[in-house]
Ligand binder design. Structure first.
Ligand code: GAP
Length: 432
């Protein structure tokens, strides 16, 4: 586990996981771009989530809605009125902070203006004129489309309670104090499920989702001893929530929120369908408002927690990113022992292509620079779990060495068995 966020920021920049956004123009406060390795890691997390919660279950369907919605959505959801923070301005240097700040983080000043309510939704205009009739908002959570589309989903899938709608996508918040790398940004991604239930079942399903979320955190390689559940007190809960648990993680900058689980009751459906309960019980014919349990997960915070927990510099000779193989950008690296022997290089390219064109997404990388030791070092740093070397023996008996990132142990494997061998290692990783 990493002991400082600077180490993560530096590895991410150096190896192409995450770069500062708009860097050539001096950056843009707290915006970050996912590079070639970062986008693979992030996609692997999103795909794993989709597989676990949508494909592997019968009771959840997906949605990918527009991220700018009719502003009436935000009126009904309460966001126009309630999605606000209190802002103060330092009297000395005019920097802005959330009202709970003790001393100015810029100049140390202790005098602030009176707290002013500040809506955190990001506003823009649709169409050629910037008058208020054209004002719209970037969604501050993916959730609302799953309520607004509730009837459409119901009509087209014929789902019955309990069932859920899942969505992955961007959300935007005009955060007053973004920071800590990708922990708090103004543009981020969420993976959310709105799970619709009967009111009488809410405690049962709240507990179900609490356990599912913990299992998910283990699936992505987080150690549960660094996860802490916080029962959010009534006063601090979002305006729609009757119960919230925050799952906090021990980031190097302190214990802070990773995910949230909320019981939204019937708040949202009642506001969006005020005169028309949208669910009809098939047996009784009675129409009513389903209640909602909402597991809400930040994609970027998942990436950050995964990187922090995988980072291992305890061995003085190498830095290892101990990512779960399923999450690693490359599952395998392929090396010819030396780069100046054409027979070795062409055999290595053959093996590489065999892995690359295999439908099981191994996404291999080819590397013939420097010596094998340096290549291992380079792959360990980015979490590649298996390194395959083509050597002189390969030319004689069609075997290669497979070196395991975590144990550094090497095995000789027949090329004809290589794909299955790697696949089995990935699938059985937990039992290593
Ligand atoms: N629909 C419920 C909802 O949006 P939230 O607690 O405001 O609840 C859910 O956000 C999750 O989204 C958080 O637990 C966090 O993982 C992520 N998140 C929220 N604001 C964020 C930000 N400014 N930057 C990065 N991630 C954020």
């Amino acid at each position: 586990m990493v002991d400082s966020i600077e180490k993560i920021v530096s590895l991410c920049k150096r190896r192409g996981f995450i770069y500062p956004g708009s860097e050539i123009y001096g950056g843009l406060a707290n915006s970050w771009d996912y590079g070639p390795l970062g986008v693979e890691l992030k996609n692997n997390i999103k795909n794993l989530w989709w597989r676990k919660f949508v494909h592997n279950r019968d009771d959840i369907v997906g949605l990918d809605a527009a991220l700018i919605m009719n502003p009436k959505v935000w009126e009904a959801s309460g966001h126009l009125k309630e999605f606000a923070d209190y802002l103060v301005e330092c009297q000395k240097c005019h920097a802005h902070f959330k009202s709970e700040v003790g001393a100015c983080e810029e100049c140390g000043g202790k005098e602030f203006t009176a707290p002013k309510k500040f809506n955190m939704m990001l506003k823009t205009f649709l169409g050629p004129s910037e008058d208020s009739a054209n004002a719209v908002y970037f969604r501050p959570e993916t959730a609302q489309a799953m309520f607004a589309d509730f009837k459409n989903v119901l009509d087209t899938t014929r789902k019955t309670l309990p069932f859920g709608i899942a969505q992955i996508g961007k959300a935007f918040r005009n955060e007053i104090t973004p920071g800590n790398f990708i922990f708090r940004t103004r543009e981020f991604e969420q993976m959310e499920i709105e799970y619709f239930i009967r009111e009488s079942d809410w405690e049962k399903y709240f507990e179900h989702w609490r356990k599912e979320m913990l299992e998910w955190m283990e699936n992505i390689g987080l150690d549960l001893k660094h996860i802490h559940e916080l029962e959010v007190p009534t006063k601090e809960r979002a305006h729609y929530s009757k119960r919230t648990i925050d799952f906090e993680y021990d980031y190097p900058f302190g214990r802070k929120e990773l995910y949230g689980l909320a019981y939204r009751a019937d708040f949202d459906l009642k506001n969006h369908f005020p005169n028309d309960p949208p669910y009809r019980d098939a047996e009784s014919g009675e129409s009513f408002y389903p209640h909602i349990i909402e597991p809400s997960l930040g994609v970027d915070r998942s990436v950050l927690a995964v990187l922090c927990s995988a980072y291992d510099d305890s061995d003085k000779d190498r830095l290892v990113l101990r990512l779960k193989p399923q999450l690693a950008p490359y599952k395998a690296a392929v090396f010819p022992l030396v780069a100046n022997k054409p027979e070795l290089v062409s055999k290595a390219r053959e093996v590489y292509l065999q892995l690359k064109t295999n439908p099981y997404a191994l996404n291999p990388v080819f590397d013939d620079r420097g010596n094998v030791g340096k290549r291992y070092y380079s792959q360990d740093e980015i979490g590649t779990p298996y390194c395959i070397t083509i050597d002189y023996q390969t030319l004689e008996d069609d075997t290669v060495t497979v070196r395991d990132r975590d144990t550094t142990k090497q095995d000789r494997i027949k090329i004809s068995e290589l794909v299955n061998n790697i696949k089995n290692r990935i699938e059985n990783y937990n039992h290593d």
